[in-house]
Ligand binder design. Structure first.
Ligand SMILES: Nc1nc2c(ncn2[C@@H]2O[C@H](COP(=O)(O)OP(=O)(O)OP(=O)(O)O)[C@@H](O)[C@H]2O)c(=O)[nH]1
Ligand SMILES: [Mg+2]
Length: 427
C-alpha cells in the first residue's frame, strides 16, 4: 500500500460505462481524464475502480454489491474521498452515503470541476459565477442530503438553526439551509447582473470601434491561452493542467492584411460537463456569442483529439452558437515528431502555439474568413461623411438609425471586409 507522502486528500475514483452505449470516451479514457481533474483539484488519487455495466443502478448507481466493495477498498486505501466520473442524482448520493458510511465524502465529476473553477477564478465576476454555480448544484441535493452537506458546511448552517424545532431538528435544519442558500443565490444573481451591465457598456464601446471579434474556443488544455499569448504578447496564465483559464481575456491582434481583430481567450470545454454549468459562465458565453468568428483549437497530440473535437462541437450546439463561422486549428504539431496527425478536418490549419509554426497561415486564413463574414457594428458617422453612411445602407444591414449631435448613429451589420472602413479611435 502507498505510504501517504503528502497532506493532500486521498481519493478513490469510480467509473462506469453502460454496455451498448456509445460514449465519446470509453471508461478508461474518461477515468484518465478524471484522474487529471482530481490532480488539478489538489487531490491525491490512491485507487480506482471502473467497470462496464448493463445499466445504471437506480438506487446506488453501481449496485449495492459493488458499493460494498468500494467501501472496503476506500477503507483499505485510506481514502477520504470517493469521486464518481458521472453526475450523481440526489438519490444516488443519498443511497451511496448509506452504503459507504457517514465518514466518506462523495463527490462527482461536476462537483470536482466546480471545485477547480473555484480555485482558478481570479476576477470578481468569475468568483461570483462559480459560487452561484456551486450553490445551484447543491440546492436540489440539499433537500435529500442535508446531514451530509451540513457536515461539509462545517456546521455553520446548523449553528444558525439553534434550538428551533417544532417539526424535528432534521427537517428544520433542512429548511433553514434551503432558505439561506436560496437567499444567497438571489444576492449573487443581483451582483452578477451589476457586473454584467458594466461589461455590457464596455462591449458596446468595443462594437463601436468596429473591430471584428475572434473567440478562441476548444477543449481544456488545448493551448488556447498559449495561442493568445503568442499572438498578442499577452501574459495569460497557461499550464499543463485542466481549466487553467476561467476568466476571459481579450487582446488586439494585427492581421497580415494590416487590419486588426480582437482575440478572446475563453474557458475550456470538457466532456460530461452539464450545460447548466457552462451557462453559469455568462462572461465567457457572451464573448463567444458575440464573436464574428470562432477559432477552435485542438490538441492534435492528444490520443482522444477526435472525441474532444466532438465534445466541443456538442457543447457549442447545445449553447446554440454553432452557427458562427469556425476555423479549426490543429495545435501542438511540434509534439508529433514528424509523425502523422491522428485527426484531420477539411481546411484545418496545423499550428504550434508554442513554437509559432503555422501561425502566419492561420492568421491569413482568419483574415480571409473575417472578410467573408458579417461583423456587428454600432457607429456614429459624422454628417459630413455622407458617403460612409450610404455605404452602410448599400452593403450592410441597418437595424437601427438615430440622429445625434455628432452625426448619424447606425447599429447593424456589415460584411467583414468593409468593417474596417467604419473603425473609430477608441474612446
Ligand atoms: N508542445 C506544445 N505544448 C503546447 C502548445 N500549446 C500549448 N501547449 C502546452 O499545453 C498546456 C496547456 O496550454 P494552455 O494554453 O494553458 O491551454 P488552454 O487551452 O488555455 O487550457 P485551459 O485554459 O486549461 O482550458 C501548457 O502546458 C502549454 O505549454 C504547443 O503548440 N506545443
Ligand atoms: Mg487557458
Amino acid at each position: 500500500m502507498a505510504i501517504p507522502t503528502d497532506d493532500r486528500k486521498r481519493a478513490l475514483l469510480i467509473g462506469v460505462e453502460v454496455k451498448q452505449s456509445r460514449p465519446l470516451f470509453n471508461v478508461e479514457e474518461s477515468m484518465a481524464e478524471l484522474a487529471r481533474l482530481a490532480d488539478t483539484a489538489g487531490v491525491q488519487v490512491v485507487g480506482e475502480i471502473s467497470q462496464r455495466v448493463d445499466r445504471i443502478h437506480p438506487a446506488t448507481f453501481i449496485g449495492s454489491g459493488k458499493a460494498a466493495e468500494v467501501r472496503l477498498l476506500a477503507e483499505e486505501a485510506e481514502a477520504e474521498l470517493v469521486i464518481f466520473d458521472d453526475e450523481l442524482s440526489p438519490r444516488h448520493q443519498r443511497e451511496l452515503q448509506e452504503v459507504l458510511g457517514e465518514g466518506a465524502l462523495i463527490l462527482d465529476r461536476t462537483a470536482l470541476i466546480l471545485d477547480i473553477f473555484a480555485q482558478h477564478a481570479h476576477t470578481r465576476e468569475g468568483q461570483l459565477q462559480v459560487e452561484l454555480a456551486q450553490l445551484e448544484y447543491r440546492l436540489p441535493r440539499l433537500t435529500r442530503m442535508w446531514t451530509h452537506l451540513a457536515r461539509q458546511a462545517g456546521g455553520r448552517a446548523g449553528g444558525r438553526h439553534g434550538g428551533v424545532g417544532l417539526r424535528g431538528p432534521g427537517e428544520t435544519q433542512l429548511e433553514v439551509d434551503h432558505r439561506i442558500i436560496s437567499q444567497r443565490i438571489d444576492r449573487l444573481k443581483a451582483e452578477i447582473e451589476k457586473v454584467r451591465a458594466h461589461r455590457g457598456r464596455y462591449r458596446a464601446r468595443r462594437r463601436r470601434s468596429a473591430i471584428p471579434v475572434v473567440a478562441i474556443v476548444g477543449y481544456t488544455n488545448a493551448g488556447k491561452s498559449t495561442l493568445l499569448n503568442h499572438l498578442s504578447g499577452a501574459t495569460v496564465r497557461t499550464g499543463d493542467k485542466l481549466f487553467a483559464t476561467l476568466d476571459p481575456t481579450t487582446r488586439r491582434v494585427r492581421l497580415p492584411s494590416g487590419h486588426e481583430a480582437l482575440f478572446t481567450d475563453t474557458v475550456g470545454f470538457i466532456q460530461k460537463l452539464p450545460t447548466t454549468v457552462v451557462v453559469a459562465f455568462q462572461a465567457t458565453l457572451e464573448e463567444i456569442t458575440e464573436a464574428d468568428l470562432l477559432l477552435h483549437i485542438v490538441d492534435a497530440s492528444h490520443p482522444q483529439a477526435a472525441a474532444q473535437v466532438e465534445a466541443v462541437e456538442e457543447t457549442l450546439a447545445e449553447l446554440e452558437i454553432d452557427t458562427i463561422p469556425t476555423i479549426i486549428a490543429l495545435n501542438k504539431i511540434d509534439l508529433l515528431d514528424g509523425g502523422k496527425l491522428s485527426v484531420d478536418y477539411e481546411g484545418a490549419s496545423a499550428i504550434s502555439a508554442l513554437t509559432g509554426a503555422g501561425m502566419q497561415e492561420l492568421l491569413e486564413r482568419t483574415d480571409r474568413e473575417l472578410s467573408s463574414t458579417w461583423v456587428r457594428i454600432d457607429v456614429v458617422i459624422p454628417y459630413q461623411q455622407g458617403a460612409l453612411a450610404a455605404l452602410f445602407h448599400d452593403k450592410g444591414v441597418v437595424e437601427q438609425e438615430t440622429h445625434t449631435d455628432a452625426g448619424v448613429r447606425i447599429l447593424g451589420k456589415v460584411p467583414g471586409r468593409l468593417a474596417y472602413r467604419f473603425q473609430q479611435p477608441e474612446q
